[in-house]
Ligand binder design. Structure first.
Ligand code: NI
Length: 257
């Protein structure tokens, strides 16, 4: 962990650590590490199982926004410490670091100044997809299969000391899916109180079914039954955010098997 804290924003170091996990553990668990394409000089990696098992399919992504590093690091922590608990019972796939150029620069956008988590839904009118977004759209059939039973995107809020989340469910109000994730977040950090946050109504820490053109919005519209974007607070210590995100993934998978 101390190594990670010193190099929280090195994409090269992150990819080295991910590669080491794949070589030492992932390959023996049947995981393939493949590039979805390159952004700048960096690949965007997809980790998925070569052979699926009977059980649900979940896709988990980290660090769409480069100043939100502990999504990517939380995924690595989950892979190292918790993945084996689920091995053979669910098909888990990961895009651990969606925005490698932003991550490397500790900057929200990619090197072209584009926001990788917008432009996915035409009606949302929030711009057009970034190069990372176009890459996800090119692989959409495959990614929809990997996310067939749920999608989780680990974000962070760079202004906040408190936590909250966005979720999408096929109901009028948040159900067990949203509340279990929120309960895990709340065990780690204070929660944003009820009211309005960035123009959206927030209740019990949850902004619910608010179409915003994000990737979680798109996958929900494309038929994924539940999607969520969690927000850990960047003004809190990285180690706490990483531990929280590893546990959020655990809850996401455990509650939906
Ligand atoms: Ni974000």
């Amino acid at each position: 962990m101390s190594e990670v804290l010193a190099d929280l924003h090195s994409t090269e170091f992150y990819h080295e650590q991910l590669g080491a996990w794949h070589k030492n553990i992932g390959m023996s668990l049947g995981y393939d590490l493949e590039s979805l394409g390159e952004v700048g000089s960096f690949p965007v990696w997809l980790l998925s199982q070569r052979q699926t098992v009977p059980g649900p399919n979940f896709l988990i992504a980290g660090s769409f926004h480069g100043e939100e590093p502990c999504g990517a690091w939380g995924i690595l922590e989950f892979l190292n410490l918790r993945l084996q608990d689920f091995h053979g019972r669910a098909n888990l796939s990961f895009i651990p670091l969606v925005n490698p150029t932003g991550f490397n620069a500790n900057r929200r956008t990619n090197d072209l100044g584009q926001n990788p988590n917008c432009g996915f839904v035409q009606e949302a009118k929030d711009g057009s997809p970034s190069v990372e977004g176009q890459m996800l759209l090119r692989h959409e059939d495959r990614l929809l299969e990997l996310a067939k039973d749920g999608f989780l995107s680990l974000h962070e809020d760079s202004e906040e000391f408190r936590t909250y989340m966005y979720s999408f469910e096929r109901s009028d109000k948040p159900g067990r899916f949203s509340y279990r994730l929120m309960n895990t977040l709340r065990e780690h950090f204070p929660m944003v109180p009820d009211g309005v946050l960035y123009g959206d109504t927030i209740k019990d820490g949850i902004i619910f079914n608010a179409s915003d053109g994000s990737y979680e919005d798109r996958l929900f519209r494309m038929g994924v039954p539940v999607t969520a974007c969690t927000e850990t607070p960047v003004t809190q210590p990285p180690a706490a955010r990483i531990a929280c995100n590893a546990e959020v993934i655990d809850t996401f998978v455990r509650e939906h098997q």
